[in-house]
Each structure stands twice: as C-alpha cells, then as structure tokens.
Design a binder for this molecule. Structure first.
Ligand code: SF4
Length: 349
C-alpha cells in the first residue's frame, strides 16, 4: 500500500494546491496549516474549525507526523537526545540543550553527510538522503511535545550540511519562524554551514533573517583542507569573501564562527594569533568547542592548552565563547551524532 502524503512542512499555498480538487478556499488551507504547525495537532479530528466531512477526507488521503521516536535519552546535564526512525526506516537525531536562559534544539537536515569532516561521526556515514521540510520541522514540533523544556532556539547543527539541502532548509525555516507556524523568533533560528560559498551568496541575496554560523575549524587554508575536505572546493579566502558580502548586506547582524578544538591539530597559540588576524575585520563571535571523544582519533585539548589558547585570544576585538561539552555521556555532543545511529539503524530495520 502506498504511503499517504504528509501535509506537515507544506506552505499554505502548497496545501491549497492539494485541496484544489475539493474546491476549498484559501482561508481553509491557512486554517489547516495553522493547526498542523502552530497548534501542533497529531490528528485531523482535532481541527475543530474544519468541517467534519473535510476532516474525514483529509485523514483518508493525508497524514501528519511521520517521525517515529525510536529512543529518547537524557544525559546527566539534562541534555536530551532524540533518535527518530523515518518512514523509509533511516534514522536521524535531534538534541535538546537546556540552559538557564534558553533551550536550544539542534536539528538534522540530511541523513548522513557527504562532506566528510575528519572529526565528525556523521561524515563517516556518507550521504544517504536529504530530509524533507516536513521531516525537518517535525523534529521541532515533536520535541515541543515530548520535552518538559520550552524551546526557544533552533540550530541547524545536527546531521548534514543544511546549505546543500538549501530549498528544503529554507522552507523549513520559514515555517519554524512563521508566527502562524511554529512561531520561533527568526533571530533564534541559526543555519550553520561548513562553507558552501555559492549558497552563502544566494542566502544573502534572498535577505533571510535567520542567523548564520560558519564552521571554520582552522585559520588557514592548508590546515582547513586537512580537517574539512570542502575547503578544497571552496577555499578559505573565497569563504571569507562570501562572509564579507553577507556582513555588508546585513548591516546590524553579526556572524558566528564555530571552531572545534582538536588537540595537537588546531589548538596552538600560533593558530589563535592567526584567528585574530583572520576574524578581526568582522563583527563576529568566535565559539570554541573542545572536540568530543568519538573514536575517530581526535581528542579535546588538555586544560592547560585550552587555557593558553583562550589567553592568546583575550585581546581579540570580537566576542569569544567556549561551549561546554553537553550530553557527552549520551553521545549527543558536537561531532558525535551518527555512529550509534548507524548501529541502531541496522538493528531497527
Ligand atoms: S561537521 Fe557537518 S558538514 Fe562536516 S561532515 Fe559533519 S555533518 Fe557534515
């Protein structure tokens, strides 16, 4: 039996198009859109201002949620990891990080990833497929219901490179940031990229209001190529030029650079000094992320190395934050998503 199409992740006009054979007006599509994305209902029967006959037709032909929760784990620091089974039995993860002033969900945009960053467990899976806008949005909607924490921020930093799955990422972000949709403030939605340069230009030209984060991980080309193969295709100077273009267009915005610290690879004071000269011209924040253990042979810097690195950066004219390792005991931390997923995927099929 063929799978019913899901209405989740569709815009009002896309829902209207599907309702066309029924001759339903635009406002009806808008009501349905709002029930799905704003009220987060699980069943068409809950849509109380939709005529009963239409609700029955909708449930005969369409479905709403398609992600099945395979596992939810909570770390000692209250970080929650959600493992989802997709309709085609593939698996993806989302991670909720509760903090004192915000609760951030880190969502996936692809199953696996083609970019093969050396320190990243997802990269070892290779690329399996893009997620649909519905599968991206649903991670947020389901966690809204399943977590006791109120979601405030969304970051595209789970499995996959969101700018390679560009149109679906943007459509999902539009629904997440729509007051009639998931109603997350657009400034609290951040799209993180490893540096897909042409898409940064496109993103800038389309004038989206979501935050942009750049996964930098090295302050110079040769080292970046070693850690992130994408740097061979889009060199560092071209990446920084695209960020300059973005900054010029977004006069009041600042950009975040993510920097995973890998012991003995990119964590020396020399690299810290290179970072200062590379990033000083930008209104930016540098987010340092000591890497996590994930069986790929990388280690976080020893405390004294981290200390030296940070001290070297103290005179930098930009803000610096050091991300605490969250959820490490449940492998929900940065660069850890995937290996377990693969094992579980085999188990779940
Ligand atoms: S760090 Fe991001 S872009 Fe790089 S392999 Fe992992 S998921 Fe892909």
């Amino acid at each position: 039996m063929s799978q019913k199409e899901s209405l989740l992740g569709r815009s009002v006009s896309q829902i209207l198009e599907l309702l066309q054979p029924l001759g339903e007006p635009e406002y009806r599509a808008r009501q349905i859109y709002k029930w799905i994305h704003h009220h987060n209902v699980d069943h068409f029967q809950e849509m109380s201002n939709i005529p009963k006959s239409l609700r029955s037709i909708l449930s005969d032909h369409f479905q709403l949620k398609t992600l099945q929760l395979a596992q939810k784990t909570e770390a000692l620091d209250r970080t929650e990891k959600y493992l989802w089974k997709l309709a085609d039995h593939r698996m993806v993860e989302s991670v909720l990080i509760p903090e004192s002033r915000r609760n951030t969900i880190c969502i996936s945009s692809q199953v696996g990833c083609s970019l093969g960053c050396q320190f990243c467990a997802t990269g070892t899976m290779g690329f399996l497929r893009n997620l649909t806008p519905g599968e991206i949005v649903e991670q947020v909607l389901q966690v809204k219901k399943l977590s006791r924490h109120t979601l405030t921020n969304v970051v595209f930093m789970g499995m996959g490179e969101p700018l390679i799955n560009y149109q679906r990422t943007i459509q999902a972000s539009q629904i997440l940031g729509d007051p009639e949709g998931a109603a997350i403030a657009t400034k609290k939605i951040t799209i993180s990229t490893s540096g897909v340069v042409p898409k940064i230009y496109q993103y800038t030209d389309e004038a989206h209001h979501y935050g942009l984060a750049i996964s930098l991980h090295a302050p110079e080309q040769k080292l970046r190529e070693k850690i992130m193969p994408i740097a061979m295709k889009f060199p560092l100077d071209e990446l920084m030029e695209s960020v300059r273009y973005y900054m010029r267009a977004k006069k009041r915005n600042r950009v975040t650079f993510e920097y995973v610290l890998l012991s003995g690879i990119n964590d020396s004071p020399a690299e810290a000094r290179q970072l200062i000269s590379l990033l000083s011209p930008f209104r930016c924040k540098l987010n340092l992320i000591p890497c996590n253990q994930n069986n790929l042979g990388f280690h976080p810097p020893a405390a004294e190395h981290l200390d030296k690195f940070i001290k070297t950066l103290l005179n930098a004219p930009f803000a610096i934050t050091v991300r605490k390792n969250r959820g490490e005991d449940i492998t929900a931390a940065c660069g850890q998503l995937a290996v377990e997923v693969q094992e579980k995927a085999i188990f779940m099929k």
